[in-house]
Design a protein around this ligand. Structure first.
Ligand SMILES: *Cc1c(COP(=O)(O)O)cnc(C)c1O
Length: 450
């Protein structure tokens, strides 16, 4: 096996996610990976890549993590999978107990699925079905924020708002109520994140007041809209949202698929606003980046609305074949175990400070419109004009130039359009942060030429 034969065979049969496959013939050569160790990926010829994006935001404690590997090996020799309808097993049970324990108060029940989008579908269906079971059949709509992202299946896509992924499928999607968001990129130059987030809440309050009778739930990504170019806002928005949802009788769905498990500085992003959502969706980092698994946490009050004699047909008859997979649950338990035996959040504060320091040099760059950071997520907004923040035309694909330069230098960055971001595994060192940021700096110099 060498790089070339793998790539040739790959392009003959494999259709890759989120890709224009034609790109892989020239612009973006396919990168074959043989193995991973810590923050490093290695190809078939010994070339290494620093995984600065945690393999699409899933990896927390490095590739081939010894603790998670051990746990999985033991699970593999015991039970790989069993139907979760009518059956249960130790890993699913222990993980549900653990998730109930570590998530914000009031989340007492855990429903499993196998990816983030499915978790969103479940939260949407549960919210709608809850109101229906209560006889509130007029509640059929969801409220969502501009620039949000919740996954690619049709329900999740409908409540998302990134045009690039959504527009094509418009005719297939349910109608939603879209509210202007709190994205602090658009605050006034002298306005704080907090003041702007409070100001932007007025639109949400109005939408809730107007649509309370039709709205099942508001769905948000707490603190960071990751796929929406890593746009960020202040926790006060979540606090106001929780109060307003209670006031108007609308559920709050927190999509922590990307921001959960320490990404924003706290174990869950909702903690920074000191709120409990009615539904919390978890996936991505849940298994440390090992296996597909997701969970929807909700409260007893919701659970009770489904609990009745079978003949009344109020049960939640939703399932996926791999729901509660034993290997996935075991990887998740091992991952959470690392949070509980090591001071991960404390160490991350040091790493986040190192990222902030390394990013300072971009502040005066003539093509940087903003650098922003929330915990272990940092982003650089490339612009054509620093004063007006005029964006580069997307057709120029400037971010792609950064991507290609970084790969040549052995760093995996994957810009979102013209936004270069860093979302590394928590086992990155300060030296590796310096390398990752220096490589981005060089890539940006190339990307803004001509
Ligand atoms: C990735 C993501 C999803 C979808 O998860 P998949 O596992 O890719 O289906 C949903 N919400 C957010 C916020 C995400 O970042």
């Amino acid at each position: 096996m060498n790089n070339r034969t793998i790539v040739e065979r790959d392009l003959a049969v494999l259709w890759h996610p989120c890709s224009q496959m034609k790109d892989h013939e020239r612009n973006m050569p396919m990168i074959p990976i043989k193995s991973g160790q810590g923050v490093w990926l290695e190809d078939f010829e010994g070339k290494r890549y620093l995984d600065a994006i945690s393999s699409w935001w899933v990896n927390l404690f490095g590739h081939s993590n010894p603790t998670i590997n051990e746990a999985l090996k033991a699970q593999l020799d015991t039970l790989e999978h069993v139907i979760l309808g009518g059956f249960t097993h130790q890993a699913a049970l222990e993980l549900a107990e653990k998730l109930v324990e570590i998530t914000p108060p009031g989340l007492d029940k855990c429903f499993y699925a196998d990816n983030g989008s499915s978790a969103i579908e479940i939260a949407l269906k549960m919210s709608f079905h809850y109101w229906r079971n209560l006889g509130q059949i007029g509640k059929t709509k969801f409220i969502t924020l501009e620039n949000s992202y919740h996954g690619e299946t049709l329900g999740a896509l409908a409540v998302g708002n990134v045009a690039l992924y959504k527009e094509t499928y418009g005719p297939l999607l349910m109608e939603v109520i879209t509210v202007p968001g709190p994205d602090c990129y658009y605050r006034e130059p002298d306005e704080s994140w907090e003041a702007y987030s409070i100001r932007r809440f007025a639109d949400m309050d109005r939408a809730l007041a107007e649509h309370a009778d039709q709205a099942c739930a508001v769905i948000v990504e707490p603190l960071v809209q990751c796929a929406g170019n890593m746009r960020m806002y202040h926790p006060v928005y979540l606090k106001l949202l929780r109060e307003a949802c209670d006031k108007y009788g609308v559920h709050l769905i927190a999509d922590e698929v990307a921001v959960g498990f320490g990404r924003t500085g706290t174990l869950f992003a909702c903690e920074q606003a000191d709120i409990s959502p009615d539904f919390m969706c978890l996936s991505k980092g849940l298994t440390g980046g090992y296996l597909p698994l997701s969970a929807v946490l909700t409260g007893n009050r919701i659970y009770q609305a489904f609990y009745d004699d079978y003949q009344n047909l109020t049960g939640f008859l939703h399932s996926h074949s791999y729901t509660g997979n034993a290997l996935g649950c075991r990887a998740a338990l091992a991952t959470i175990g690392i949070f509980q035996t090591e001071d991960v959040l404390g160490k991350n504060r040091t790493l986040a400070a190192a990222m902030a320091k390394a990013l300072e040099r971009f502040r005066d760059h003539p093509n940087v419109g903003e650098i922003r950071q929330t915990g272990m997520i940092a982003a650089i907004e490339l612009v054509k004009d620093k004063q007006t923040r005029e964006a580069y035309p997307w057709q120029q694909r400037r971010g792609l130039r950064v991507y290609r330069h970084a790969l040549a230098q052995g760093v995996l960055l994957r810009p979102l359009g013209n936004v270069i971001y860093f979302m590394p595994p928590y086992v990155i060192t300060e030296q590796e942060i310096a390398l990752m940021v220096e490589t981005a700096w060089q890539g940006i110099q190339l990307a803004v030429q001509d």
